[in-house]
Design a protein around this ligand. Structure first.
Ligand code: MG
Length: 189
């Protein structure tokens, strides 16, 4: 019994030590990652804009801004990596300031926030779930637009596309649903 108690005490001490190490690691970590996603309804009479590129289609993304769901998911991934909140906090959809705004403005603003917080973006990666149209022909332009807004080279920006296989809101052609991740590093001071 005494041995068991002693072992329990030691493992508790080991856990506390590991926890304190991991929290100091988190504070001084050079690299950080963030995740973001979004979903917008598709409707006639709206433009379909993804990564700042107008995609010709008979339906578009419903939203307060230009409805660029990919840019929104990327903003959240970038803000998340820096623990700076989310897109709704920085660009509320109740503000007339952002009505029909280009979401590239949001990306540029997020980049400035990261810059001020001492972070440099390493790379971003996004996947757009969309049933129609096929995005492949537009992806090089989308990558260039996002890269320009973030002050990066297009090599640091990856964009992929997936259909919804006829399933759920994406598959029925009712929604566009991107997700994104971002990696950044703390700039040397
Ligand atoms: Mg959105």
């Amino acid at each position: 019994m005494a041995i068991r108690k002693e072992l329990a005490k030691r493992s508790g001490a080991a856990r506390r030590s590991a926890a304190s190490q991991s929290s100091s690691f988190a504070l001084s970590s050079e690299f950080r990652v963030g995740i973001g996603n979004d979903i917008h309804r598709l409707a006639t009479g709206r433009k379909l804009i993804l990564g700042g590129v107008r995609i010709p289609f008979d339906k578009g993304s419903v939203g307060h801004s230009d409805g660029d769901a990919l840019a929104h998911a990327l903003c959240d991934a970038l803000l998340g990596a820096a623990a700076l909140g989310d897109i709704g906090r920085h660009f509320p959809d109740t503000s007339p300031k952002w009505k029909n705004a280009s979401s590239l403005t949001f990306l540029r603003h997020v980049r400035q926030l990261l810059d001020a917080a001492g972070y440099a973006i390493v790379n971003v990666d996004g996947t757009v779930d969309l049933e129609h149209p096929k995005l492949a022909p537009f992806i090089p332009r989308i990558r260039r637009k996002i890269a320009a807004a973030l002050g990066m080279k297009p090599e640091g920006v990856s964009v992929k596309a997936k259909s919804g296989e006829g399933l759920d809101a994406v598959g029925r052609g009712e929604a566009v649903r991107p997700e994104a991740v971002a990696k950044m590093r703390a700039r040397a001071t």
